[in-house]
Design a protein around this ligand. Structure first.
Ligand SMILES: C[S@@+](CC[C@H](N)C(=O)[O-])C[C@H]1O[C@@H](n2cnc3c(N)ncnc32)[C@H](O)[C@@H]1O
Ligand SMILES: [Zn+2]
Length: 130
């Protein structure tokens, strides 16, 4: 259903290898479950390498895909994404927001509450800071 390839947005991305129907649970965001505090420590390190791997699970916990992550960690952000997030039973699901065609890059909205240090490259002229 999906494959990791080089992306026009940034580094690696994840692409549909066939049609994905709307609302399909495509992949879950795997990684180590850590506390908010530990996440802040790690993110400071990650931001220097220009990679954010931490995904907020609850107000107190974060999934760090830098440890034990799967291909979901290569899904890039878009301000006009074709996927959305569903958090259910402690699992972060990436689901299709609409029918996704073969060859399209998968994206979701990061909704980062970070420091806004990365200029978004989701499309030419995007001025958003991630
Ligand atoms: C979870 S990784 C996504 C995979 C990444 N492309 C890679 O090759 O490792 C998140 C990082 O990708 C980059 N990224 C994701 N979406 C982006 C976007 N729309 N514009 C610019 N950089 C983006 C940022 O550096 C971000 O910290
Ligand atoms: Zn953007």
């Amino acid at each position: 259903m999906i494959a990791k390839r080089r992306s026009k947005i940034h580094g690696w991305g994840v692409y549909a290898t066939g049609t994905i129907p709307k609302n399909t649970r495509i992949i879950h965001y795997a990684g180590e479950k850590i506390s908010n505090q530990e996440s802040l420590r790690r993110e400071r390190r990650y931001i220097r390498t220009n990679h954010i791997w931490c995904f907020k699970l609850t107000s107190r916990t974060v999934i760090d895909a830098g440890v034990g992550g799967n291909d979901a960690r290569f899904i890039n952000h878009s301000c006009r994404p074709n996927c959305y997030i569903e958090i259910k039973g402690g699992v972060i699901w990436i689901r299709a927001a609409r029918t996704i065609r073969k060859g399209e890059e998968l994206t979701y909205h990061y909704h980062t509450d970070g420091e806004g240090l990365i200029m978004c490259r989701c499309r030419p002229g995007c001025q958003t800071l991630l």
